[in-house]
Design a protein around this ligand. Sequence first.
Ligand code: GLN
Length: 280
Amino acid sequence: MNIEIAIKKGCQELKNNQIRSALLDSELLLSKVIKKDRKFIVLNPGKELDQNEQDKFRDLILKRSRGKPLAYLTGTKSFWKYNFRVNEKVLIPRPDTEIIIEQVLKIYKNKNRLNFLEVGVGSGCIALSILKEKKSFLGTGIDLSQDCIEICRYNAKKLGLSNRIKLLKSDVDNLIFCKYDLIVSNPPYIKKFDLNKLNKEVINFEPKLALDGGLEGLSVFRKIIKKSSELIKTHGKLILEIGYDQKELVKKMLNENNFYVNETLKDLANNDRCIISTKK
Ligand code: GLN
């Protein structure tokens, strides 16, 4: 079987299973198998695949047909300007989360040195993208999951950032005496009873630890905001990703914990997605 026929078959199989970007996914999965980029696939339709390559490709198409996200099958997801290694232990980076990077760059345009913390660092896409842009910033990333810390450490190394990020498996409540200029977080914020309403590709495959925000979706915010008011320097900032319907409740929580709210921002779909606040 050659590349063209394999792609056609894979694409049809994905379409039959209601996978929307069937052609692209099929091409990217074959790229993964033959370790070539997509361009090679498009330019070499007649190249024959050996049996091993065909078997591997068929297996990936089957997994994708069952809804496994493409990023978990290829093991990588691009975010901001970089590719991040991911696996099923970390949330897949979302384009909407890039708002946090944009805002950090805007707020600290003229600031070089800064010490920040990311709570729930996951793959590291937020902290590492910030460090790539701001060469004198120092970061700390914590996560409850050791698997996340390991993936993040791998990504940090690949991006040449190992010496500017400290990574710890820790709950935010265990941090003491640190005074940060900035804390960022995209915590789990989905209401427990809404988890089943999420897209099947999300809920069947992505880690609940990164999604489940308790009964009202606010339990992790409560914890982070409370502790951040101790960990952030006066006039330091807390930047959070929030759910589309959480703006007012999170604002209230911030006000009750010695923060004032600077701004809330909407995502590409025009939903409230990010809230910027300052420690009084
Ligand atoms: N934005 C994610 C989703 O819609 C949720 C991420 C989170 O809970 N922090 O699946």
